[in-house]
Design a protein around this ligand. Sequence first.
Ligand code: ADP
Ligand code: MG
Ligand code: MG
Ligand code: MG
Ligand code: MG
Ligand code: MG
Length: 689
Amino acid sequence: MGLLSAGTPLSWDDTKQVANHIRSHGITQFLHIWDRLKDKNGDELLWGDEIEYMVVALDNETKNAKLSLRQTEILIKLRSIVDNLSSETKDAIALPTFHPEYGRYMLESTPGSPFTGSITDLLAVEKNMRYSLELTAEARRTLARKHLKPNEIPLTLTSFPRLGSPGQFTEPYYNPCDAVSSHSLFLPEQITNPHVRFPTLTANIRRRRESKVAINLPIFFDEETPRPFIDPTIPWDRSIYSEDPEAKNGAALPDHIYMDAMGFGMGCCCLQLTYQACNVNDARRLYDGLIPIGPIMLALTAGSPIWRGYLSDVDCRWNVVAGSVDDRTEEERGLKPLEHDRFRIPKSRYDSVDLYISEDWRNRPEYNDQPIVIDHCIYSRLRQHGLDDLLSKHIAHLFIRDPLVVFSEIINQNDKESNDHFENIQSTNWQTLRFKPPPPKSPIGWRVEFRSMEVQMTDYENAAYAVFITLLSRAILSFNLNFYMPISKTDLEVEVDENMSRAQGRGASQSEKFYFRKEVCPGGNTPKSSGSSSPVDGSRPKDRKMRNCFPPPEMPQNGMPKGPVEEEYEEMTINEIMNGKGESYPGLLGLIWAYIDTLDVSPQELSKIHSYLDLIRRRANGSLLTPATWIRNFVRAHPAYAHDSVVTQEMNYDLIVAIDEIERGVRSVPDLLPEDYTGGEVDGGSISP
Ligand code: ADP
Ligand code: MG
Ligand code: MG
Ligand code: MG
Ligand code: MG
Ligand code: MG
């Protein structure tokens, strides 16, 4: 979540009145940044992760695992501890920071300052996520765990299995009757962070849409699941809020798990990574390079098979979050002819990226095949200011949205010094990638955020995925890799977007195929790993650091080959995409190993990198399970499971206890993690040498 400005939120009607003002000044603010920093160059590689936790309170007597709603107290405590640590510490150590998130049971943590491009920093990410660092600074999970109540645990789990189920799923208990912001049938008001921004967001999405959000996930039909499945836990006949009849009037579909509030989506946890590029053009190349990677990593990190107490037929959070903030009106969704609204909008504000933005000559217009909705006035204004077509379209596309929360105190701003109005729209466009311009008055450069991954249950896995994406981002720039393929064709087939929908199905990482580019290296010159990365091969300068600036590829003399784009890609399994296919495609891991060959890495460092990449290799080839499959198997093997898709309070408790034990390394799970995983409590690294 963005910065939490304090103030008095406008009513929804007043917010609508100032929407044009916010958009117009938001663009002015962006243009000031553009004019000042479009030529900024030579910024170093800095990067950092964001990890979201849910704090769970275990009640061992009633065998219930509940979401602890103590976010405010916990954050105050953690911050004062971090402040004390930093005043005691003379050296500049990256002290962790904790931030509020949407759910009142959630914490977000980031390293106190971003990592650099050094290999030491790359491999410190897991320590930073977990362990005590040298001297007095402490890392994030250890710190959080130490300062929670004895029965509370910081869990990195994508979705809480019994959020919104009958019975008590929060500590303390609250009744959903009081859900004044969401009007949910299932989630109480107190599930939401009390900062005025969050209830206002929740209520304004409902008001703008003129109904509650409606999310329907297909139920997983097990042997005893009734057909048709009509959910007996929905209070079909409640009549407290005017939207209560929506469920029985068609919003809740048979054979589906129905959810009706922002909390079901924004209450999920994920793993995000932000990279600073050398300059704006490199940021645009990196952004484009990572677009086709988004759905692949969603499938591979899948971690959320249980929703509102039921096993579902999906493994990922993505569509739930997209539905949970879908503020489009019926006109915008195409259910009614346009009369009051400006646009028909195909997607929610939370969804996959719609446009490649690099001016690289390899970005063929055919790849941006989606008819993209833009605000034409904003587009013309940006073009007249001198911006190119693609970046103008990108911004004019984000700016079709209304602001959702406006504070009366900060409507009028100094557009040279503030980016508040720009960020108001930008940070409520939640896409698979985010292109982050530098904030005003800061040394920060142009950045790209990778946002599709589900959080993993252990810091070892989260570190592995962070290291993987970091190395891949370097390989993309260093080798000028080309992953382009069409975003989405409206006729016949779709590619990146189709991959997003395939990625979320049950067991997709093993059962599905995904569109992927066949030849990703310039001129077909596939970089190959020598197999042993330490000896210098003499052909490439070896670096102790991952570098940030790489020359963009030059167009070949004979111009670019212009075959039909359809021949550039094919359907591949995740195993092929990651581990390679035939002679010409080395797989993302093969490309990463070839990149590591260009670095000067010690044998110890190599063995740690190997351990991380091997986890990903094995998740891709199916010899290790995704968290989602492991969780589903746990439930289906539970002695109390009645094979009817229901995840009871007791099963949920046992699952949460098991996840905590896995995380601490006291429960061995050789189908999920490498056999030498020893858990988080031991200092010095979680994989024994
Ligand atoms: P948001 O919630 O808007 O995505 P956060 O501030 O929560 O952003 O997290 C951003 C991440 O970017 C953190 O891990 C932080 O360490 C990292 N970061 C901070 N400064 C830079 C920078 N100049 N370049 C790259 N990453 C950075
Ligand atoms: Mg967050
Ligand atoms: Mg954040
Ligand atoms: Mg954020
Ligand atoms: Mg983020
Ligand atoms: Mg197609």
